[in-house]
Design a protein around this ligand. Structure first.
Ligand code: SDX
Length: 430
């Protein structure tokens, strides 16, 4: 085992074990740093901090590599459907035909919602943001299925909890949309595949029977796979942190949904489309828009651009970009927002500010265009991201659960508050 040495003012403070991971990544193991030296480290945003050991997903931000359980994202998108990838992330291997069929049956069995949850939907405030409904419904699953916390054999129960969550979240997402447009819920239908079922629950109407659109279903499968996991991102870290207190899976996923909602994270896919629409309506030049994004005094940022890990083109953005052309061509339609996005990308990628900071399109830059082409409204885009990310969140929750190294997450701080003070009686305070 290699070691690193820390010196303070020339005196050797500490020897730190070096960990080399399965892809050659190097880490300094500071597990006992404070106990042995009294020092902590400081790393706002955790950009240089490994929070756990994980075998689920590998990212190489410099080379633009993304692998789920060792499989390159490009291959999974081409050769698998979302149910297979969800199985891969949760169970650690791709299912064979028998396992895939059994899994699909289990997902179907658990796709309906408890009748009281339907009432919960009906009484939830109208005009709510769909992510608020999704988060509330997720944590409320514990009330409808309390055995998640009461089971004698949690391990055995967990398989059911996971399948139940994966299946019901799809129904909850579709019902959320139906509530917001004031239409009756459409129940899941066993004759459809996972994605067709979702689209049927979203778009079927009494007057116009939903006709499974293979282009939409194929695109949705690919989009959900693209979103399925992404290592220790903000929302997955939230799920692991909540799980580390031994809160139940539904509560942890609800926290993940809330973290994903923010426009710096999953909320960016909605913000990208709103940004492109504003640019189109304003008629502002793209050069001016890019200048605004660079101006530190202007809160405007180029949404869908930049990434904490990718310092090159996000491999998912590459796939989503090519899917835009494919889906629009298959549907025989076009979208001025796509033309605008392509031009905006070109202006930004030729600007030294973006080049020097390695700011490229991320997963959110083009995915909204495809959701739009499928008729999914803008405020549902982050719900789609959450639906895709769910198996990843579950896999990380389970991995924490089974990892002997894991403890409750509890970081330290740099204290910037006042020195100790005396409490004055209230009548002596200014
Ligand atoms: C996702 O972590 C994940 O894996 C997330 C995700 C996943 O699958 O889970 O990939 C999904 O969240 C993708 C990101 C979606 N968010 C956006 O598109 C919002 C716009 N992007 C930025 O807010 C930003 O790029 C972040 C939040 C994504 C990353 O922020 P960092 O890593 O903290 O980088 P930073 O803010 O320190 O930026 C470094 C520099 C700064 O300028 P300087 O201080 O060096 O002068 O780059 C600038 C930033 O101002 N910058 C941008 C910019 N993003 C970074 N300037 C203009 N527009 C941008 N979009």
């Amino acid at each position: 085992m290699k070691k690193a040495e820390i010196f303070i003012n020339g005196d050797k403070l500490y020897e730190v074990p070096v960990i080399i991971d399965n892809m050659g990544g190097h880490s300094l193991d500071i597990t006992n740093l404070r106990k042995d030296t009294g020092f902590i480290t400081y790393d706002p945003g955790f950009g240089n901090t490994g929070s756990c050991r994980s075998s689920i997903t590998y990212l190489d931000g410099e080379k633009g590599i993304l692998q789920y359980r060792g499989y390159p994202i490009e291959d999974l998108v081409e050769s698998c459907d979302f149910v297979e990838v969800a199985y891969l992330l949760v169970h650690g291997y791709l299912p064979n035909l028998v396992e895939r069929r059994k899994y699909a049956d289990m997902l179907n069995q658990h796709s309906l919602l408890h009748p009281q949850m339907r009432d919960f939907f009906k009484n939830y405030p109208d005009h709510s943001h769909p992510m608020s409904i999704l988060a509330a419904m997720s944590v409320s699953l514990q009330s409808f299925y309390p055995e998640i916390d009461l089971a004698e054999d949690p391990e055995k129960q967990m398989d059911l909890n996971v399948t139940r969550l994966l299946s019901k979240m799809r129904t909850i997402a579709a019902f959320t949309y139906r509530k917001l447009i004031g239409m009756d819920f459409v129940n899941p239908n066993y004759k459809y595949s996972y994605c067709e079922n979702f689209l049927n629950m979203m778009f079927s109407s009494p007057v116009k029977k939903y006709k499974a659109n293979p282009v939409h279903a194929k695109a949705l499968n690919k989009l959900l796979i693209l979103h399925a996991d992404h290592e220790q991102n903000c929302s997955t870290t939230a799920v692991r942190l909540i799980g580390s207190s031994e809160a139940n899976l539904y509560a942890a996923v609800s926290a993940g949904i809330c973290a994903l909602w923010g426009p710096r994270h999953g909320g960016a896919n909605q913000a990208v489309i709103e940004m492109l629409q504003q640019i189109l309506e304003s008629g502002e030049s793209l050069e001016k828009i890019v200048e605004r994004a660079k101006d530190k005094d202007d809160p405007f940022r180029l949404m869908g651009f930049g990434h904490r890990v990718y310092k090159t083109y996000d491999p998912r953005a590459k796939i989503a970009r090519s899917m835009c052309d494919e889906v629009l061509a298959d549907l025989g339609t076009s979208d001025p927002l796509l033309d605008l996005a392509v031009k905006l990308e070109e202006v930004a990628l030729n600007d030294s500010y973006f080049i020097e900071r390695n700011l490229y399109p991320n997963v959110d830059f083009y995915t909204g265009i495809i959701f739009r082409a499928m008729g999914i409204p803008t405020n549902m885009y982050t719900v789609m991201f959450a639906l895709g990310r769910l198996p990843g969140w579950i896999a990380h929750y389970l991995e924490w659960n089974h990892d002997p190294y894991e403890k409750i997450g509890r970081p330290r701080q740099i204290y910037t508050g006042p020195q100790p003070k005396k409490v004055l009686p209230i009548d002596q305070r200014e």
